[in-house]
Design a protein around this ligand. Structure first.
Ligand code: PLP
Length: 428
């Protein structure tokens, strides 16, 4: 065949009107919607599961020795051979025994996606964007971002030798902007919100022919993000003796802004279920900040498309006024019997410490949100202590050290003598 897309990709289906497209027939979204704010005709990637089942065995896939996302190539939308030369994913699934013990849980796990090349789960999606841009013969990739999607795109484009253009709101944290610049992207700091940056990026890509990685707009970002679920299920099976190649936990807790990650987690498990490689879906929980809770509210009130909010959360990676992937996000929760939870910013910041101190994983505020959600879910009985639960840690604490300092405090200043050490420690 030799085209840009995987031979197993059948096409795309609109999440809103159901219209089906062949791969390549439509680039980003279905034309059935006005293409503003949250109200987009987002698309699902559809695979030929029967052909996949004949071509690959679950055991070979789950235990593939390939590095990075190459391991999942049959389940990715892009033709083999285009992934950038910077391995993404393969992050550890940690049995959080000490953290679990403090909560009376024996089967609490942490999937540590802070250990990706640019420090967040967004690398999974950006790797697919860069691979598709290369397969389609594009020389420039662009994205709007609250920070991490752009850092990921900058890193993976640099590795592949593609140019990247980034639209960030001026308020994005310095650490993330430092990444964009160091990796060599053209960085455009938009005087406005993430939502303004998003619309501008769409217009620029249309006008200038760049490949657009925008979250919730490019349908294949879900396909990159789903690899976290594929990995998680393979690792969970390994940890339980490896008799089956894949195993789903009872519940997965996911921090949510635009809703693309949670939609990706859902898609990964859906693929495995459709292939007959897992027997049931996990319940999927979306964790938002009370100060950026558009999807939580839509879930509570039964809306299909959320009303925009004025997001003010300190957890910048999940601060979104008008979520761009609402259909996939709401489906993930509704179809698996999960829930959306909204937690206070103070609880999100406090959640950094137990993850750091009892697991050894240092998350940025958004990356810690799943733990704050777990505390609320245990209290309300939504999640039980005897269940197998996975927290998704989505980004590293080095992205926002000020947030960590707010909850971790300052070091003890001492003169350079031993007595001072004794005194300082005695005081504590
Ligand atoms: C992007 C991001 C999220 C939220 O993902 P969405 O797809 O926007 O819901 C959560 N945590 C971190 C660290 C992120 O970068």
């Amino acid at each position: 065949m030799g085209g840009p897309f995987s031979p197993f990709l059948q096409g795309l289906r609109c999440t809103r009107c159901g219209r089906e497209y062949a791969a390549g027939e439509v680039a980003y979204v279905c034309g059935c919607r006005p293409n503003v704010g949250s109200d987009l005709g987002t698309l699902d990637a559809v695979y030929d599961y029967r052909a996949l089942r004949e071509a690959v065995t679950p055991g070979a896939l789950a235990r593939s020795p390939a590095s990075g996302l190459e391991a999942w190539e049959p389940l990715l939308p892009v033709a083999p051979g285009h992934l950038p030369p910077l391995p993404v994913g393969r992050t550890p699934l940690l049995h959080a025994r000490r953290l679990g013990a403090a909560l009376g849980m024996e089967r609490l796990w942490v999937k540590d996606d802070s250990r990706n090349p640019s420090g967040s789960l967004k690398d999974r999606a950006s790797a697919i964007a860069v691979a598709l841009a290369q397969a389609l013969g594009r020389e420039t990739v662009a994205t709007a971002s609250t920070g991490n999607a752009a850092a990921a795109l900058a890193a993976l484009s640099a590795a592949a030798g593609l140019a990247s253009v980034i639209f960030v709101p001026q308020a994005a944290p310095r650490a993330k902007i430092a990444q964009h610049l160091a990796y060599g992207s053209r960085v455009l700091a938009v005087e406005g919100s993430y939502d303004d940056a998003f619309d501008l990026c769409v217009a620029a890509c249309d006008a200038l022919g760049w490949y657009n990685r925008n979250t919730g707009y490019n349908p294949f970002m879900t396909e990159g993000k789903k690899t976290v679920a594929l990995e998680l299920a393979a690792q969970m099976a390994q940890a339980h003796g490896g008799e089956q190649p894949f195993l789903a936990p009872d519940a997965v807790l996911v921090p949510v802004g635009d809703g693309c990650i949670i939609g990706g987690v859902h898609k990964g498990f859906q693929d495995l279920l459709a292939l007959g490689w897992i027997r049931r879906m996990p319940r999927i929980y979306g964790i938002q900040s009370t100060q950026s809770s558009a999807l939580y509210r839509a879930w509570q009130t039964g809306l299909e498309i959320p009303e925009p909010v004025e997001a003010t959360t300190r957890a910048d990676s999940i601060g979104v006024n008008a979520p761009r992937d609402p259909v996939k996000a709401l489906r993930a929760v509704r179809e698996t019997g999960g829930a959306f939870l909204a937690v206070e910013d103070s609880a999100i910041l406090q959640a950094i410490l137990p993850l750091a101190r009892r697991v050894g994983v240092f998350p940025e505020p958004a990356g810690a949100a799943a733990y704050a959600g777990l505390l609320q879910a245990l209290e309300s009985g939504t999640v039980r202590r005897d269940e197998t639960v996975v927290l998704l840690v989505t980004g590293t604490g080095l992205k926002d050290v000020n947030a960590a300092m707010e909850v971790a405090g300052e070091p003890t200043a001492i003169p350079p003598d031993l007595e001072a050490v004794r005194e300082a420690l005695g005081r504590e």
